[in-house]
Design a protein around this ligand. Structure first.
Ligand code: PHE
Length: 453
């Protein structure tokens, strides 16, 4: 039997997994939530969610993947043959495919903005809202950029685990971290930036209620790429001496640092330009920030241009490394389950996502009046179903599976590398995964469906 692909080094393991975690969720969604939900108070609650809930779930997915060294669907089939748990494996594969269909659309926007920044277009706009809506509502232009991003991602995935995912993560992630550092300096050096820093860091505990705590949990899960089959698939490429808890800790640390740093980049810059009020959601990076870059450009053209180019390059790298991790679970499944060639499997995923992605992309333009349940467009539907339904349901099942179904000794062996590592934290891990995670997820779910507060 041919040996299965794996990551060749511990650094590769950490950078590939961190590449999955660090994505659009860190750069625009986190700062928006911090701004709206009590600044530093939200950051503290978010960090607690990462440590108490995110980390145990991430370790669980690594355990399932690394123990079986199989794609997500076959991993569950091996661990619980002939039981309904197997469905979770298929659901992981499906969810990642489903997310890619709409994640690639926003990733395409980042490419358009990067090119616009290089060409000095983004820095010289008179109306950044019109620029954004004209672009996203155009029938074909955003589709072209989405397809280009899918093809870039395809080029990495088709090269396989070591030559593709690992190699490009090792190139892109250090570059991404360097850009973050440069941008924080750029943002802090803008006159009046202290105001934004104060806004971000002032802990306002009066804003914290159950809804805010639950959105911090939801954000932590999305940002750590939990329950999408990605971590389990990457885990299946880990070597037997990789330390699962330590890897999860490093990934969570990188992910949280990038999220907090993105806040440090965005808010001081936005506040230094007094006339600009921050938009929420994608508007923050595609509408508000161009106004900031434009003002910076008017003061010192080179700095404004550099700031914009670096920022959209950061966004693109973050999006691309996450796309790679969402592409791989389905590719690995087709490749191993149906014994396909990697090239064929990769093309099937790329093309099918492009076809559905066209619908998601066009839901900002020609298909904007095509509505589903609760008046959602295609894009809203994909976003809602994956982030608000698949994510909590998948997380819940993974917690129950690891905590209650899997043999405790099997889990202990994976977490401690068969007794080579300290097992001091193991009982804490088991407690969190058996009790804290399932209960918290049920609360998130009920909250997001509007049943709680
Ligand atoms: N974690 C990524 C982000 O923060 C998104 C993602 C979700 C990636 C699910 C993979 C799986 O944007």
């Amino acid at each position: 039997m041919a040996t299965r692909a794996n990551f060749s080094s511990k650094l590769g393991i950490i950078l590939a997994s961190a590449g999955s975690a660090v994505g659009l969720g860190n750069v625009w969604r986190f700062p928006t939530e911090v701004g709206e939900n009590g600044g530093a108070a939200f950051i503290l609650i978010y960090m607690a969610c990462v440590v108490v809930l995110g980390l145990p779930l991430m370790v669980s997915e690594f355990v399932i993947g690394r123990h079986t060294h199989k794609n997500t669907a076959d991993a569950y089939r091996e661990l619980a043959p002939g039981t309904p748990w197997v469905l979770q494996g298929y659901m992981g594969v499906f969810t990642s495919w489903f997310i890619l269909c709409y994640y690639s659309v926003v990733s395409g926007w980042t490419l358009k903005y990067l090119i616009g920044a290089v060409a000095n277009e983004v820095t010289t706009l008179t109306d950044s809202t019109a620029y954004f809506t004209d672009f996203t509502s155009d029938p074909w232009l955003p589709v072209i950029f989405m397809v280009l991003m899918m093809l870039l991602c395809h080029q990495v995935i088709v090269r396989g685990v070591q030559n593709g995912i690992e190699r490009y993560s090792k190139l892109m992630m250090p570059l991404l971290l360097l850009i973050i550092a440069v941008l924080v300096v750029c943002s802090f050096s803008m006159p009046g930036s202290e105001e934004g820093l104060r806004f971000l860091l002032k802990p306002d505990f009066s804003k914290i209620d159950s809804g805010v705590i639950l959105s911090a949990m939801g954000q932590a899960f999305f940002s750590l790429s939990i329950a999408m089959g990605c971590l389990c698939t990457y885990g299946s490429y880990f070597s037997d001496d990789a330390r699962l808890m330590k890897t999860a800790g490093s990934v969570a640390l990188i992910d949280t640092t990038v999220a907090v740093m993105s806040g440090f980049i965005i808010f001081p810059a936005v506040f230094s330009v007094a006339e600009v009020a921050p938009d929420a959601g994608p508007g923050l990076v595609f509408i508000t920030l161009p106004k900031v870059f434009q003002m910076a450009f008017e003061h010192v053209p080179l700095i404004g241009w550099f700031f914009a180019v670096m920022f959209y390059l950061l966004l693109l790298l973050a999006a691309l490394t996450s796309m790679m991790s969402i592409h791989e679970p389905t590719t690995a499944f087709l490749l191993e389950h149906f014994k396909m060639e990697r090239r064929t499997a990769t093309w099937i995923v790329t093309l099918s996502c492009i076809i559905v992605g066209v619908l998601c992309s066009m839901s900002f333009g020609p298909l904007k009046d095509v509505r589903f349940l609760f008046g959602m467009t295609f894009f809203d539907f994909f976003d809602y179903v994956s982030a608000k339904i698949f994510l909590p349901v998948g997380g819940f099942i993974i917690a129950l599976f690891t905590g209650w179904k899997l043999d405790r000794q099997l889990v202990r062996d994976e977490v401690t590398n068969h007794g080579m590592l300290s097992s001091a934290l193991f009982p804490v891990f088991m407690f969190l995964i058996r009790w804290a995670a399932p209960i918290a997820i049920v609360l998130i779910f009920l909250n997001e469906l509007g049943i709680l507060g």
